[in-house]
Design a protein around this ligand. Structure first.
Ligand SMILES: *Cc1c(COP(=O)(O)O)cnc(C)c1O
Ligand code: SF4
Length: 448
């Protein structure tokens, strides 16, 4: 197993011990006393722009407090001044330092947020399904087989990742809506769209919901017995940020029973577990959580973006995938950090990302080579960097769609001009011609 082993003999706290820290009380975190004043001030400034939340499990078990400058989980959970552009940081820091009027600070924060591409990949406009002329904003339907469902009560997490591409969701005011209304819409939409075989509950982290609230969504879906619906997935970070959810929480058993009922009804149930670093797999309570989930018939597939301050080394991924396979999880996706928020701080250039992926995957057995990537969730689809090649005498980056807005695009290799610095699809130039094949007029598409 990995070499990072911190406090792993510590007993899992009972759920009664759950302590959350957010923008208002983060100064109460005891370990922060180790940090110098300047660092704390920087955190205060940056946390005005990006949402901040952590809890006692993360700070007591996952962070090496003697080396916060290099600690991957500290970087994953606590803001850093470089997450803002230098000038933005200075402007905001100045306002905070001289205790400017709240309205002035708010205005500055709003401007900075607006400049950080808060809604990447056309999520607000392109992917919202329509039923009888009405938009269904709690869902996204981008790829034919899979609908994303955002239960309104699952739109937060046990802690927030600093790179989170859903960060604007946590900064606005949560909408309160009734679960039943939304799930009825989902059921009607699925009946109308038999091409949809998968529903993915996502958030936030849907595992933040109590079992009772989650059941209000899941039971009606189960009872509707929609023949075309075969798979239910739950995106979740709780295995890292609050594994007790599946072990010692008061309603852990009823959660597993609920998932087990889906399995017994013949559905494939998958937790799309979000792990960014092998250290997150160290605490024994995580192994226990994985074991209990698997015993209830649930598959665990794992995914993570590649993040410069957190996991930008082949050995880290290798170690993570090996441990995941040892624990019965299936490595699934390696993503590139999305082009939103503190993208410049977290992103790794495509060419380097591909080398990390390749170097990691050659060192693991076939059972861990199920992971696809590095992949960009871009506006036209999920684009995988397949490798570096030559086309005639031109060096190129070979790409393909793993998922496409148009299914006809999927799996066809296409080529971008080699560029060591590019971090996202829109920074690449097509190797031939002036447009990508998927940008051509529909009547030319088949030829591409
Ligand atoms: C990644 C993703 C999916 C799921 O894709 P799979 O390849 O089936 O895992 C579905 N919808 C959206 C919008 C996605 O980004
Ligand atoms: S767990 Fe997922 S949704 Fe929650 S903060 Fe992290 S990346 Fe964002």
């Amino acid at each position: 197993m990995s070499t990072y082993r911190l406090n792993s003999t510590r007993h899992a706290p009972d759920s009664a011990d759950y302590r959350v820290y957010h923008a208002k009380n983060w100064r109460d975190i005891p370990q922060l006393a180790r940090l110098d004043k300047e660092r704390l001030f920087e955190m205060e400034v940056v946390s005005k722009v990006f949402p901040f939340k952590t809890n006692n499990f993360v700070i007591d078990n996952l962070i090496d407090w003697s080396d916060t400058d290099n600690d991957p989980i500290f970087a994953l959970n606590f803001p850093h001044r470089d997450m803002l552009k230098r000038q933005d940081f200075r402007t905001l820091a100045d306002l905070v330092y001289r205790k400017a009027e709240p309205a002035l600070i708010e205005h500055c924060v709003r401007d900075i947020r607006a400049s950080l591409n808060p809604h990447p990949a056309g999520q607000q406009d392109h992917n919202v399904p329509v039923l009888d002329g009405r938009r269904l904003p709690g869902m996204q339907h981008k790829y034919r087989e899979t609908v994303l469902f955002f239960p309104s009560q699952g739109q937060t997490c046990h802690a927030y990742c600093t790179f989170c591409f859903r960060w604007p969701q946590f900064t606005g005011h949560a909408e309160e809506r009734f679960a039943s209304r939304e799930i009825d819409d989902l059921i009607r939409y699925l009946r109308r769209h038999p091409e949809v075989t998968d529903v993915l509950f996502t958030g936030g982290d849907p595992m933040i919901m109590s079992s009772r609230v989650l059941a209000n969504y899941v039971r009606p879906l189960l009872n509707a017995r929609i023949p075309s619906l075969r798979r239910i997935r739950f995106g979740a970070k709780a295995l890292t940020f609050w594994p007790h959810r599946f072990v010692t929480d008061r309603d852990a058993d009823s959660l597993l029973a609920l998932l087990g009922d889906l399995v017994d009804a013949g559905l494939h149930v998958a937790i799309m577990a979000h792990f960014n670093h092998p250290r997150e797999l160290d605490p024994p309570v995580v192994w226990e959580a994985i074991k209990r989930l698997r015993e209830s018939g649930v598959e665990i597939r794992t995914q993570s973006p590649l993040l410069r301050p957190v996991n930008a080394k082949a050995e880290i991924w290798q170690s993570m995938w090996k441990t995941q396979v040892d624990l019965g999880c299936i490595p699934y996706y390696m993503f590139l950090a999305r082009d939103t928020g503190a993208h410049e701080y977290f992103s790794v250039p495509l060419v380097r990302a591909w080398r990390i992926y390749r170097d990691a995957i050659v060192g693991v057995s076939g059972l861990a080579r199920t992971v696809r990537g590095p992949s960009m969730s871009a506006t036209p689809g999920k684009v995988e960097v397949m490798g570096i090649s030559t086309l005639g005498d031109q060096k190129v980056i070979t790409l393909r769609f793993l998922q496409g807005r148009d299914p006809a695009w999927v799996m066809q290799p296409f080529f971008g001009r080699h560029d060591e610095k590019a971090t996202w699809l829109d920074e690449l130039q097509p190797a031939t011609g002036s447009r990508w094949f998927f940008e051509e007029a529909p009547e030319h598409r088949k030829a591409g």
